[in-house]
Design a binder for this molecule. Structure first.
Ligand code: COA
Ligand code: THG
Length: 591
């Protein structure tokens, strides 16, 4: 079918549906929802058989939905309507939730229902639910909808609130009043729930040292900070500790970490986007009246269970396998985080292990350099340079591992430099739902580094390497494995994935062929180095990056500013809007 995606942006759900539908053989073109006239033009150009709105905030105009069937992918159960569905589902502690495909009509989300798929709720943030459970259910619901439409006889179900099986209802935009934390009565789990329901947008508004901020990324502490909070009798809502630039709030029954903040009303010279908490608060942490004794907590010892407290980087060893977790918010890695991770890799390599497994975070593998942190720097060009060099140092640390086999296990999505950083390892595994964006160009024509000119062609060949880089399209882990970008795509739940990775790593560690495998990879590395030294790849890449950062063409700085500030899109890029591509449009006209 010829399907037009009308969407607010090419977010993870839209990317996943794009991948699934094109894999099924559908012809998909994308138009961002700029305004009604532009949408009407896209429809006229593409002449779609079906319009799908995977992520749309505005009404589809009547001129479009009267003439074409439009399917809204709504992140809610049957009958649920409104702009804050998942927020309400978390706040009202729903045990199960769902995704519903409904036809666009005048009244928002009230059209006939084509398919609805439910899932059990997990204790995760709104954006995590969206990227995982909602996305999986949406793939199922959209596929079912397409089957039903193609089959031709299915009658969609009109929304009827009289029907007792319809459990959903209209819920308006969730207000900050409803989200706000009452530190006198809210326990840790409630604080956690409120922040989860507003993460990644809009955040929960909170006053710290006289100024309003939005809070993001909460983690309940069951260990050190909780003990600290209990001992110190700190007033609930006061900051009692910091670690890895996160702040820890005392609650009535323990403590909750918050890693990121955003200023509610930034004035000139201040930043209005998310940044690490202590970075934004600076000295105000000490100035907050109740927080005279803010402790910078040391890193938790290796025997503390993984979920007892919070820190960004954790190393754990099981037998002769070392596991390195790094949970960087949104998968973005700034200079300092790259350096700390590199040090952790270097340290792990000194342990008595035979296999080192890099697990990234539970939500993201990595999205490369930290664009927010760069935007906030005094000199974004200089900070970009430091960040990419720190990324390269990290890659080099992984590539140069002569005594162990290295594994990367991607639990979540990866983009740009994050994908290539993964290729530094000997074996790259990914969970089936992982979306890979192995390209840089969409960030203002960035050339990219992370030794991609060495790592990518080596895996996929020069032609595919160029195609991936040029097309700027997301690919599935499955396709990634088929073209050799990664070694294996594992179809498993989140927990099963980690278990399967562990089994594989233990097998390799115990294998009688391990010594030979390590000798072989070292030999290959030596050969490659003789052919062309890594330092030369790096220098060539950085020459291009230097132009991106310090040259006359400001494209990268402009694109980064737009990305970080989340400015509304002015147009759909040509690589997504196939109907606006001249060759494609001609072919269409001739067909
Ligand atoms: N630096 C800072 N923040 C980043 C980031 C980066 N490199 N990559 C992603 N993020 C943030 C987004 O701003 C967004 O923040 P929000 O949830 O607080 O609004 C969040 O991560 C999720 O990003 P989103 O685009 O919604 O995720 P997605 O899964 O839908 O899309 C990508 C994934 C990779 C397409 C997209 O995040 C992207 O283009 N990232 C930029 C990659 C890049 O150019 N890196 C630098 C070059 S090395
Ligand atoms: N029919 C038509 N167009 C649609 C939908 C539809 N466009 C997408 C839409 N469904 C997705 N659902 C909603 C439901 C409610 C709201 C937005 C999208 C909503 N918005 C507030 C408003 O417009 O004032 C603002 C919300 C905000 O700021 O986020 O209530 O079924 N034709």
């Amino acid at each position: 079918m010829r399907i037009l995606f009308l969407t607010h942006g090419f977010n993870s759900l839209t990317q996943r549906l794009y991948i699934e539908l094109t894999t099924l053989g559908h012809q998909v073109s994308i138009e961002f929802d700029i305004n009604d006239a532009v949408a009407e033009q896209a429809v006229a150009l593409f002449k779609p058989e079906l319009i799908i709105a995977p992520f749309l905030k505005r009404p589809i105009p009547e001129s479009i939905w009267r003439e074409h069937r439009c399917i809204i992918v709504h992140p809610g159960i049957k009958g649920d309507r409104g702009p804050s569905s998942i927020d309400w589902a978390i706040m009202t502690e729903q045990k199960s939730w769902g995704v519903t495909c409904l036809e666009a009509v005048e009244e928002m989300d009230a059209g006939d229902i084509w398919a609805s798929v439910e899932f059990p709720m997990s204790c995760a943030s709104k954006s995590s639910l969206y990227r995982n459970e909602v996305t999986e259910a949406a793939v199922e619901a959209v596929t079912l909808t397409l089957e039903r439409i193609e089959q031709g006889e299915y009658q969609p179900e009109p929304l009827n609130y009289e029907d007792p099986t319809i459990k959903g209802q209209w819920n308006g935009l969730m207000s900050q009043e409803l989200r706000s934390i009452d530190w006198r009565v809210d326990d840790s789990e409630t604080v956690f729930k409120k922040i989860r329901a507003a993460d990644s947008q809009p955040g929960v508004k909170e006053t710290i040292a006289g100024r309003e901020y939005y809070l993001y990324n909460a983690i309940v502490d069951n260990d050190e900070a909780k003990a600290l909070s209990n001992q110190s009798n700190a007033q609930p809502g006061s900051i009692i500790a910091t670690r890895d630039r996160a702040v820890c709030f005392a609650t009535i029954d323990g403590a909750v970490w918050v890693t990121h903040l955003r200023l509610a009303s930034a004035t000139d010279g201040e930043f209005s986007f998310k940044l690490p908490a202590t970075y934004l608060l600076g000295e105000q942490i000490q100035r907050a009246p109740e927080s005279a004794r803010v402790m910078d907590l040391p890193l938790a010892p290796a025997d503390v269970p993984l979920h007892a407290t919070w820190q960004e980087i954790r190393y754990r060893q099981e037998g002769e396998v070392g596991y390195l977790h790094f949970d960087f918010y949104n998968g973005a890695m700034d200079t300092q985080q790259c350096q700390r991770l590199q040090a952790a890799v270097a340290q792990a390599k000194e342990e008595k292990i035979k296999v080192l497994v890099l697990l990234g975070g539970a939500e993201y593998w990595s999205n490369g350099i930290h664009l927010n942190q760069i935007e906030a720097a005094q000199s974004p060009a200089e900070e970009s340079w430091s960040n990419i060099n720190a990324m390269n140092d990290l890659c080099l640390e992984i590539i140069n591992t002569p005594k162990q086999m290295t594994f990367v296990a991607m639990q979540g999505n990866a983009g740009a430099g994050g994908v290539f950083m993964a290729l530094s390892a000997n074996k790259v595994l990914a969970r089936h739902s992982t979306i890979l964006n192995p390209h840089y160009k969409s960030m203002g024509n960035l050339y990219g580094s992370e030794y991609w000119t060495y790592l990518l062609p080596k895996r996929v060949g020069p032609d595919t390497a160029m195609t991936l880089m040029h097309n700027r399209l997301p690919i599935s882990a499955q396709l990634g494995a088929e073209i050799g970008l990664i070694d294996e795509c594992i179809n498993a739940s989140r927990d099963d994935f980690v278990q399967q990775v562990k089994i594989k790593a233990q097998q390799v560690a115990k294998s009688t062929e391990l010594a030979q495998q390590i000798a072989l990879k070292n030999l290959q590395r030596e050969k490659d180095e003789l052919g062309k030294p890594l330092a030369q790849y790096r220098e060539e890449e950085l020459t291009q990056m230097n132009l991106n950062f310090f040259g006359f063409d400001p494209s990268y700085h402009v694109a980064r500013y737009h990305f970080v500030e989340k400015l509304p899109k002015a147009r759909t890029p040509a690589y997504l809007a196939n109907h606006r591509n001249i060759t494609a449009a001609t072919q269409l006209a001739e067909a």
